[in-house]
Design a protein around this ligand. Structure first.
Ligand SMILES: [Zn+2]
Length: 149
């Protein structure tokens, strides 16, 4: 189950990516994430629900060298955070899946689910995150550090 309702939908197909739940203004066509009842651009109260694309372009990112709060991945020692531009327009901030050398501005990212923990009912509590759509060849080169002589 989602950590908080209303932000994304988990498809019935376990191999399918989650879908972010956005809104589109019927008047000016601006798209928002998360959902809005009133358009922030033209203030019309006429928005419709829209499921956003599962892929986008990495606008910017950083790598936090500290374990992710509340995560099972505490042993990883850090995590990426980035902003992903979706084709519909919204720029979504999310945790990134991968190591510090795995990201490049402008690369294609795909959304996926991460299980944070189990709740009292034994259900997995999940969040969404983005990972690079393709493994980069540059990763191995970037991790092969050149020591100063
Ligand atoms: Zn509008």
């Amino acid at each position: 189950m989602p950590i908080e309702p209303g932000f994304f939908r988990i498809p019935a197909d376990p191999n399918a990516p989650p879908r972010l739940l956005g809104s589109r203004c019927r008047s000016c066509q601006e798209v928002f994430y998360p959902r809005r009842r009133i358009c922030a651009r033209c203030l019309t109260r006429d928005t419709e629900d829209l499921e956003l694309s599962t892929r986008g372009s990495l606008y910017t990112y950083t790598y936090v060298h500290f374990p992710l709060f509340n995560s099972r991945r505490a042993d990883h020692g850090g995590y990426g955070v980035g902003q992903v531009d979706l084709p519909e327009g919204p720029r979504v901030q999310a945790v990134l899946s991968g190591g510090p050398g795995d990201f490049r501005v402008g690369m294609e990212m795909v959304i996926e689910l991460e299980t944070l923990r189990e709740n009292e009912a034994g259900q997995d509590v999940v969040v969404y995150r983005f990972r690079p759509a393709k493994a980069t060849q540059a990763t191995s080169a970037a991790s092969a550090k050149v020591e100063p002589s």
